[in-house]
Design a protein around this ligand. Structure first.
Ligand code: FES
Length: 333
């Protein structure tokens, strides 16, 4: 354990604790932008800087561990000015057309700009250009990227796919598909975790609303919507309806009111899938040669017996991940 003083409060914490965590434990809030606990601790944005007595430079609290006797100040004029300057620097490369941004109202950069009371427009804004094929299911907009590395580390450390890398150097650097890895559709599971963890609108899912309405408005087309169970349980929360109001029947009625011809519950096709999976599994087990090896556990690596074990999942992200990472096991899918 080590003893540190933060804004006059003496606190005892484990030696590896960062200043940010220690401050949080003591009820002192330090603003952050790039930080993601255990995933992204690269101190890219320097919004969380603090003053440490005896140190000339300000330190990023999110990746500086506490040392015994440290005296830390989190809210001095110097600290506030530095945070402001760092966010202004980010804004100078950011496309700030917030009103038309998909993340307007749900953007960490917007929040921190307000929190630091940055009200003057930043002079000479020069965002990176948008270089992306907008027909992809996942959209990356360089003009809104703050190079926080959240997507990079989330994909590499948590999702285990390492789709993203840094391209170019200095002012021209940007995050994009790792060179030599192939097309996005070949290497990405489209799990959406990079979008979820992006603090701005730099990553988003392609918006197919116009396509949807075009189909609904086409009298030659019969439109069918199939809704997954996850949507049923989450849509009420999204639009602020209590559970007893946000029923699946109301959801189906709303979709029909939009002009859709048929609405199906994914549970129905899930039942069909389970029956199909069950039949396939019985077929696998029926192959006599496989049975002893299966029960002896010789089902991995070189000794894997034929098509056992069998893998299955309803999650398209999981299935894509499986196909990308373990193509040799695809016959068992
Ligand atoms: S939050 Fe600490 S450097 Fe970005």
């Amino acid at each position: 354990m080590v003893k540190v003083t933060i804004d006059g409060k003496v606190i005892e914490v484990a030696a590896s604790t960062t200043i940010l965590e220690a401050a949080l434990n003591a009820g002192i809030k330090i603003p952050t932008l790039c930080f993601l606990k255990d995933t992204n601790e690269v101190a890219a944005c320097r919004v969380c800087v603090v003053e440490i007595e005896g140190c000339d430079r300000l330190s990023a609290s999110c990746n500086t561990p506490c040392e015994d006797g440290m005296v830390i100040r989190t809210n001095t004029r110097r600290v506030r000015n530095a945070r402001k300057a760092n966010v202004q620097l980010i804004l100078s490369q950011h496309n700030t057309s917030c009103t038309t941004c998909v993340r307007d109202g749900n953007c960490s950069l917007q929040d921190i700009t307000k929190e630091l009371n940055i009200t003057n427009p930043v002079e000479e804004v020069d965002p990176r250009p948008l270089r992306w094929d907008l027909s992809q299911p996942l959209i990356r907009d360089d003009s809104k990227c703050i190079q926080c590395f959240r997507c990079y580390n989330e994909c590499e450390k948590i999702q285990d796919l390492a789709v993203w890398d840094v391209i170019g150097t200095g002012r021209n650097s940007r995050i994009s598909i790792a060179p030599g890895k192939g097309k996005l559709t070949e290497i990405c599971s489209f799990c959406g975790q990079c979008i979820t963890h992006c603090p701005t609108g730099a990553l988003s899912a392609r918006d197919d609303t116009a396509k949807f309405y075009a189909a609904v408005d086409d009298p030659e087309l019969i439109t069918v919507v199939q809704i997954a169970p996850a949507v049923r349980s989450a849509y009420g929360e999204m639009i602020g309806l209590p559970d007893e109001i946000a029923t699946e029947k109301r959801m189906a009625a709303a979709v029909k009111a939009l002009g859709v011809d048929y609405v199906f519950d994914t549970n129905y096709s899930a039942d069909l899938t389970i029956m199909e999976e069950g039949s396939e599994f019985l077929e696998f087990l029926g192959k006599k040669d496989n049975l002893p090896k299966f029960f002896e556990g010789e089902v991995n690596g070189k000794d894997r017996c034929g098509d056992l074990p069998m893998f299955t999942s309803c999650c398209p992200g999981w299935v894509r991940y499986f196909k990308i990472k373990y193509p040799e096991l695809v016959p068992q899918l």
